[in-house]
Design a protein around this ligand. Structure first.
Ligand SMILES: [Mg+2]
Length: 256
């Protein structure tokens, strides 16, 4: 049974310098029908900006780095895109080298998905180091057929050997066969900060489990944003984005 996270728990665990790391979609912003419809609320931006004046802050997302930076548009924080493949921040610039070798495979797969799935009109997102197959806008009655078609495409020998598949919320992410995830991104940021800090990670989805695991290994605090009973490696839970924003606001007023 997950313990509920609270402002008091944050205060109790601040003997080491906290580093606050967040997933983006579904953690700091509500999910939208398509990823380009997501908006960062002014209060959320204000809170992240002010938190970053007190602690190192990082946002680790499945989105491309550039898109993530554009959406959040706050200077002086760490950004990590493509599930950790790209990491950038004060004094840090990193791209995982093995993922870039698969650019042609990604381009060919995008072409194939667009052609074979055209009757469903899904959003096929080119994320440079990955492909996002978004199906939130597809008629619920056609989703099973759509997923069957996607599986058929991804199951061909050529694709099967060259890719990894991650299932997110109404999105299938297809990545090169390189062992790399959000947990690696946490490690890179923590190493850059000389490991002299305690990581906190807040996330809502399956891909955040890698980060929860790493943060637990580093004796940090892992918090799942969920109103259900998902099985998770996180140690704590918060029921909503609003609850998280409320706690962050309390932290700012305590430490400013
Ligand atoms: Mg998320």
């Amino acid at each position: 049974m997950l313990k509920h996270y609270s402002f008091q728990k944050f205060i109790d665990s601040t003997s080491k310098h906290p580093v606050l790391l967040f997933d983006f979609d579904g953690t700091l912003v509500e999910l939208a029908s398509t990823p380009d419809q997501v908006k960062v609320k002014p209060i959320t931006k204000y809170i992240i900006e002010n938190l970053a004046k007190i602690f190192p802050v990082g946002i680790i997302s499945g989105r491309c780095l550039n898109e993530l930076k554009e959406l959040i548009a706050i200077d002086g924080i760490f950004y990590s895109g493509n599930h950790g493949v790209e990491v950038e921040g004060p004094g840090l610039s990193f791209i995982e080298p093995n993922n870039s070798k698969f650019r042609n495979l990604i381009l060919n797969l995008i072409e194939e998905l667009k052609t074979k799935l055209s009757s469903y009109n899904p959003l096929i997102e080119d994320k440079i180091y990955a492909v996002g197959i978004h199906y939130r806008t597809i008629d619920p009655q056609r989703i099973n057929d759509f997923l069957f078609e996607v599986t058929k495409i991804l199951d061909t020998p050529l694709n099967k050997n060259g890719i990894k598949i991650l299932n997110g919320k109404k999105v299938i992410e297809v990545k090169p066969p390189v062992e790399w995830n959000k947990g690696d991104s946490v490690k890179i940021i923590m190493k850059h900060l000389k490991n002299d800090c305690a990581p906190f990670y807040f996330g809502d989805d399956i891909t955040d489990e890698f980060a929860f695991e790493t943060v637990n290994e580093l004796n940090g605090t892992s918090v799942l944003i969920s109103n259900g009973n998902s099985s998770t490696k996180a140690k704590f839970v918060l029921s909503s984005i609003n609850e998280l924003i409320g706690i962050l606001a309390q932290i700012i007023s305590e430490f400013q």
